[in-house]
Write a protein that binds this ligand. Structure first.
Ligand SMILES: CC(=O)SCCNC(=O)CCNC(=O)[C@H](O)C(C)(C)COP(=O)(O)OP(=O)(O)OC[C@H]1O[C@@H](n2cnc3c(N)ncnc32)[C@H](O)[C@@H]1OP(=O)(O)O
Ligand SMILES: O=CC(=O)O
Ligand SMILES: [Mg+2]
Length: 532
């Protein structure tokens, strides 16, 4: 018998792969239907915007350099302000960030930081299990039921005055291959955002806490507009007042620094601030300028926030934000506490303090830390130099940043140790990521997707541009890379370090990416194909 056409269900959201019984509570039929709506409404536009990224990059590869837009001058020049900032976000002096693991969420909420940025992105290896566990953990954090008992029997619960929750979904480029709508793979960004909003928006709104989001890796005003539409439609679907959801945007790509007024304008009814995501920004400088031999970067340890192109970026961000009534958030120093070596620990803390002092004195309204022990370190500096909840009144009218300053070449050198460290970090991070861990300590530094991107992009750049030398004038060549990779792979394989059992796959991936004619757009895209 023929089925009436309107009753044939041809479009649906499907789950691919097995999910744990707990995950049913997240992937409910209603939540899946909501994700389906987001996908149908927004995914074509997302794909078009990703194509525009490729078109822009093709122009940079052909010799063009990024610049301010000619078609948006009126946005930059006219006077307008972003919407008022909610009370819960008025004071963001210290924000702790971390993966969406249960114990870490509780520790972060209890850390004393004003805000906890719960991260589905740079510090997450986005296996379906990790992402869905993260959604369960955040749902329980929002509804107040979250608790954890460690294997040693230690009990964890959220105490009084927890940090305000801000969630970072994946960037626009990453797929979530376990969910399809009408046969098309969903965007990780829409899955992370959609599930968190669907399950938590009402509870957070009821206590005047959002939901709040950090938006990563945007490259253009239109990408911010897309987020604004996604949030507006979600507010409509969930019967929330328009503008309830607030956004802080990471300015962590070189193209985006030329559109900061435009990005704030696109999100002006809900944006709270911009953030200096320094690690991805350095990666983006490398990637955007991959065709420009005159803009190679020295080893990572020399690319500090005080070098001219990064100083220009952070000062222009502060000036732009404060002109529009938005917060200018600082970023992450990579140092973490060093246990068992007081002198080394003090040296690391001195570096963190210097970074936070630079930020607060430049006019930032708050900063990021990677570890609970760093909360008091950053807070002490911000309390001393920022007695008010923020520094919106610091207009930085003294700053006059030019296009050339933002893309200025960076002086410095490449040592054998710097080269070897990039091989080790890229390998060990990729292996840990493939094994499900998105943030790892390596030689007492926090390493995540953004820092690993820097490591592998620098290797590509130094090896492919030819005639790049170490400080001792020895040439940098593929034989050295292959040898270093084999040595570190052997060491990792024989260790009990995170990712040891994925060492060979990580090495193969890194070798392919490093030998490839073109610098690949993202390490995490080919790695995702291999993620369990
Ligand atoms: C470029 C960017 O995007 S930056 C943002 C993304 N990066 C991050 O968010 C970094 C998050 N930080 C981390 O993941 C961790 O701090 C690491 C991996 C760097 C180091 O972790 P560990 O080696 O486990 O640290 P350590 O052993 O010192 O941890 C001590 C305690 O602090 C907790 N802890 C460490 N970092 C965090 C954190 N960021 N949030 C909450 N708790 C934390 C640990 O869970 C542990 O708790 P316990 O004592 O109750 O067992
Ligand atoms: O997300 C932050 C960064 O530095 O990258
Ligand atoms: Mg980043």
């Amino acid at each position: 018998m023929a089925v009436p056409k309107e009753r044939v269900v041809i479009h649906q959201t499907q789950i691919h792969g097995s999910i744990a019984p707990d995950h049913d509570a997240i992937l409910t039929p209603e939540a899946l239907a909501f994700l389906g709506q987001l996908h149908r409404r927004f995914d074509a536009r997302r794909r078009q915007l990703l194509k525009q990224r490729q078109e822009r990059q093709a122009r940079y590869d052909a010799g063009a350099l990024p610049d301010f837009r000619a078609d948006t001058g009126s946005i930059r020049e006219s006077d307008w302000q972003v919407a008022p900032i909610p009370a819960a976000l008025q004071d963001r002096r210290v924000e702790i960030t971390g993966p969406v693991e249960r114990k870490m969420i509780i520790n972060a909420l209890n850390s004393g930081a004003k805000v906890f940025m719960a991260d589905f992105e740079d510090s997450s290896a986005p296996s379906l299990a990790n992402q869905l566990d993260g959604q369960i953990n955040l749902r329980d954090a929002v509804n107040g039921s979250i608790a954890y008992r460690s294997p040693e029997g230690k009990q964890y619960r959220v105490g009084a005055n927890p940090a305000v929750l801000v969630v970072r979904p994946r960037g626009w480029h990453l797929p979530e291959r376990h969910l399809t709508v009408d046969g098309e793979v969903m965007a990780g960004a829409l899955v992370d955002f959609g599930l968190f909003a669907f399950h938590n928006a009402h509870a957070l709104h009821a206590r005047d806490q959002g939901p709040y989001f950090y938006l990563p890796k945007l490259e253009a005003m239109e990408e911010a507009q897309l987020w604004d539409e996604v949030m507006s439609v979600t507010e409509g679907e969930l019967n929330l007042p328009l503008g309830t959801m607030k956004a802080t945007v990471l300015i962590e790509t070189l193209p985006a620094v030329f559109q900061m007024h435009e990005i704030l304008h696109a999100l002006r009814n809900r944006v709270v601030g911009l953030n200096c995501g320094r690690w991805d920004y350095i990666f983006s400088y490398l990637k955007t300028l991959r065709g420009h031999r005159d803009r190679l970067l020295p080893e990572r340890g020399q690319v500090l926030m005080t070098v001219p192109f990064l100083k220009a970026y952070s000062e222009l961000l502060i000036q732009t934000c404060h002109r529009r009534g938005a917060f200018a958030m600082g970023g992450m120093a990579a140092q973490i506490p060093i246990r068992g070596d007081e002198a080394a620990n003090e040296a690391a803390m001195t570096k963190v303090r210097a970074d936070k002092l630079r930020e607060v004195q430049a006019g930032h309204d708050g900063t990021w830390v990677a570890h609970p022990a760093l909360v008091p370190v950053a807070q002490e500096i911000f309390d001393r130099y920022m007695p008010s909840p923020n520094q919106l009144s610091v207009k930085r009218t003294d700053v006059a940043v030019t296009r050339n300053q933002l893309i200025a070449p960076c002086a410095g050198t490449i040592s054998r140790a710097g080269f070897d460290n990039n091989v080790e970090v890229a390998l060990r991070y990729t292996a840990a990521w493939l094994d499900g861990q998105g943030c790892v300590p390596i030689h007492h530094l926090m390493e995540d997707a953004a820092t690993a991107e820097i490591a592998r992009s620098q290797l590509w750049q130094w090896l492919h541009h030819g005639e790049v030398e170490f400080t001792d004038h020895a040439p940098i060549d593929f034989a050295l890379f292959d040898h270093a990779l084999a040595t570190h792979t052997h060491r990792l394989r024989d260790s009990d370090l995170p990712g040891a059992k994925r060492a060979d796959e990580a090495a193969a991936l890194l070798a392919t990416l490093t030998h490839a004619e073109r610098l690949g757009d993202f390490l995490t895209l080919p790695a995702y194909e291999k993620l369990a």
